[in-house]
Design a protein around this ligand. Structure first.
Ligand SMILES: Nc1nc2c(ncn2[C@@H]2O[C@H](COP(=O)(O)OP(=O)(O)OP(=O)(O)O)[C@@H](O)[C@H]2O)c(=O)[nH]1
Ligand SMILES: [Mg+2]
Length: 425
């Protein structure tokens, strides 16, 4: 019973499908007829003769259907090919990745790294490089004179005098040198350019070797270094370099910005302070430099610093002002540390030649200078002024600046200086 019912349902289903198919076909044939009619009308409008319209319409429909079928076939083929290609590419990538062990990597010619040996200049070589301008102004002419002259006569001495003055040894120092040189040549019966050069070198060294104690910052409590000089000579730069060098040596440094003339001065010192990692004591622009000095000394004592370096303004209009200012600074600092400042360092710009000597004389009279720092020796052929400072003012040169780098500020060593000046490149 159930079986027959099922069969009946299947018949009904198949019947409905057949009906649907018939209806679909009928609909398609109606649609086909409509399309055919549309094409015929179109052909009529295009002026195709009536007898040929049906044939042209069938041909057009046939062509359209054929193109449609070809398009569908092409799409199917393309779909089937694409995944295969994709799979191939993926496989190839995997193979490449698997094979790409570092050892098998194609070797790309790497740019050849040429290690240029940057020679680390010795202290002496640096000194020589820094003094090269003075050296070439002096030594070439001295050698030419010494090797061309047969005797140390008046003409010879006149020429030597001119050479020394040109290198900024100054009149007084030049005369001292000439007298000593003439005497030794006569006493030792010296001959030959090399011997004469040695005598000149030794006499220069003798003038530079002063009977003064070297700068010794080792003491109980802070060593106070007061830095003075006219504007632009290199005070702040020198202090910055010293701060870095002393810090590198393991000293505890404090800087005092007693140049209160312009805010930029304290800013400049602060930059150096930051670079060296040291504290900078500063006040407002225009405030009393002595107050800065006082606070700096207090801070140096409180913080157990090894060295306090005080920057000052180079803009004091006259000697009286300068003296008053310095007296006040000495007074306030002395309240905290009795002998402070332990060193009053005058900074001189070597490029100003003999003018630097005039400044040194003035400062020496006005305040008690205990040492000199000569900056910018690298930029001048007037290095002879360094000799004149010692010879004429009896002031020890403590430091020389032979460039803008931190290491280009060097403790002054007269022997090395003279060697660098008289040794050929
Ligand atoms: N070539 C060279 N330049 C230097 C040397 N020492 C200082 N200078 C330059 O000199 C210029 C002036 O230096 P400062 O330190 O500002 O001089 P200052 O005496 O503090 O100047 P004021 O504060 O204006 O009085 C800067 O450009 C420095 O870089 C040196 O040894 N060699
Ligand atoms: Mg300054």
């Amino acid at each position: 019973m159930q079986w027959s019912k099922l069969m009946e349902q299947i018949y009904q289903f198949l019947g409905s499908i057949a009906q649907l198919a018939t209806e679909g076909l009928a609909y398609l044939s109606v649609l086909g007829e409509q399309v055919l009619q549309f094409v015929l009308n179109l052909l009529g409008q295009m002026g195709v003769p009536e007898s040929q319209r049906l044939m042209v319409a069938y041909a057009a429909c046939y062509a359209v259907v054929t193109l449609l079928l070809l398009f569908l076939v092409w799409r199917m083929i393309r779909r089937r090919i694409r995944p295969r290609k994709k799979a191939e590419v993926e496989k190839r990538d995997e193979d490449i990745a698997a094979d790409s062990t570092p050892a098998e990597m194609p070797t790309v010619a790497e740019p050849e790294v040429v290690t240029v040996e940057v020679p680390t200049l010795s202290l002496f070589e640096r000194m020589k490089a820094g003094l090269s301008k003075t050296q070439s102004a002096l030594l070439g002419r001295v050698d030419a004179l010494f090797s061309s002259s047969s005797a140390v006569d008046a003409d010879f001495l006149e020429e030597l005098e001119e050479i020394l003055i040109t290198a900024d040894f100054g009149m007084k120092t030049t005369q001292l040198l000439l007298i000593a040189f003439k005497q030794r040549v006569a006493d030792e019966k010296t001959e030959g350019a090399a011997q004469l050069r040695i005598i000149l070198k030794e006499e220069v060294l003798r003038l530079m070797t002063l009977n003064v104690a070297p700068l010794d910052i080792e003491r109980d409590g802070p060593f106070v270094l007061l830095v003075i000089g006219v504007n632009g000579v290199g005070k702040t730069t020198t202090i910055g370099k010293l701060a870095q060098q002393y810090t590198q040596q393991g000293k505890k440094v404090i800087l005092g910005a007693a140049d209160t003339f312009r805010a930029a001065a304290a800013d400049q010192l602060s930059v150096w302070g930051e670079r060296a990692g040291v504290t900078v004591i500063r006040h407002e622009e225009g405030s009393d430099p002595a107050a800065v000095a006082f606070d700096s000394v207090k801070a140096a004592v409180a913080r157990n610093a090894d060295i306090l370096i005080l920057d000052t303004a180079g803009r004091l209009h006259n000697k009286v002002n300068l003296m008053e200012e310095m007296k006040k600074i000495h007074r306030v600092m002395g309240r905290e540390i009795p002998q402070a400042p332990h060193e009053t360092l005058l900074v001189l710009d070597a490029t100003t030649g003999q003018n630097a000597l005039v400044q040194a004389r003035l400062f020496k009279e006005a305040v008690g200078i205990t040492g000199i720092a000569i900056t910018k020796l690298d930029g001048t052929a007037k290095g002879g002024m360094a000799v004149a400072i010692g010879a004429e003012l009896n002031l020890p040169v403590r430091f020389i600046g032979i460039g803008e780098g931190i290491d280009d500020l060097r403790p002054f060593d007269p022997e090395m200086f003279v060697d660098a000046l008289f040794e050929n490149h």
